[in-house]
Design a protein around this ligand. Structure first.
Ligand SMILES: C[S@@+](CC[C@H](N)C(=O)[O-])C[C@H]1O[C@@H](n2cnc3c(N)ncnc32)[C@H](O)[C@@H]1O
Length: 230
């Protein structure tokens, strides 16, 4: 019995170690240049929780795959995810990015400028996401990236569905933080976990959406707004 349990836990540790190697490889593969590395380091110093390189590379990939011309980012931070998105967007595309902390947005503005993006490629809006998003135009955006208040994710999804054109993509960060495998036997999920899970459920059950959970960084939940759905 003891030997069987020990073999089981050895196997589990081997799976975890293998997964850690895979994740480390993904982060290493997503090579950052100096602009991306210094934006991420500034974000870490300021406790603005920048996206990891692998998550950033996935955002860039998605923006490039759909030829994004107009992107909304919820949670500018010090500009890491914005820079990755700009790298994937078309050369004339505009990133609209929202945050409540002016100092973070100033750091992001500097990061965008240092990376060579002219000021007219970015629109930094200071304010609360749920006050700013309703003012943006219906169906005018190719991609919405949500990385601000986790308890607001279901509301961001509602706004994203209004903002996205058919074929546009919504992406939610921190999706893996709501893994049901992390629940303790007695603890109820907190409000952030509950909101991320609710968003995952809403995305999966919405017939207008094509969902994908990507295990990069903190986990990205992506969903295409199906162009053929009503
Ligand atoms: C995880 S950080 C964003 C990191 C950023 N995406 C990056 O990769 O550098 C979350 C951000 O959400 C911002 N935030 C917090 N509450 C907000 C709100 N109600 N509306 C908009 N942004 C908010 C914070 O100031 C913080 O910069």
């Amino acid at each position: 019995m003891f030997r069987a349990q020990s073999r089981h836990s050895d196997a589990r540790e081997a799976v975890i170690a293998g997964r850690d190697h895979t994740l480390a490889h993904m982060e290493q593969y997503a090579a950052e240049d100096d602009s991306l590395a210094s934006a991420r380091e500034a974000g870490q110093r300021a406790d603005a929780r920048p996206v990891s390189p692998a998550a950033g590379a996935a955002l860039r990939f998605l923006a490039a795959a759909i030829g994004a011309r107009a992107v909304v980012e919820v949670g500018t931070g010090c500009g890491s995810s914005g820079l990755w998105l700009l790298r994937g967007m078309r050369p004339d595309a505009i990133l609209t990015t929202v945050d409540v902390v002016p100092e973070y947005q100033e750091a992001a503005r500097s990061a965008f400028r240092r990376a060579g993006f002219p000021a007219n490629r970015t629109r930094l809006i200071h304010g609360r996401a749920l006050e700013v998003l309703p003012r943006l135009t219906d169906g005018a955006y190719d991609l919405v990236f949500a990385d601000a208040v986790k308890t607001e994710y279901p509301d961001y999804l509602t706004e994203a569905l209004r903002l996205l054109r058919p074929g546009g993509v919504a992406v939610f960060n921190h999706a893996l933080e709501a893994s049901p495998f992390d629940d303790g036997p007695l603890s109820a999920p907190g409000p952030e976990t509950a909101a991320i899970r609710e968003t995952g459920r809403l995305v999966r059950e919405d017939e207008r959406l094509v969902p994908l959970l990507l295990p990069v960084g903190e986990g990205l939940l992506a969903a295409i707004r199906d162009p053929d759905a009503a």
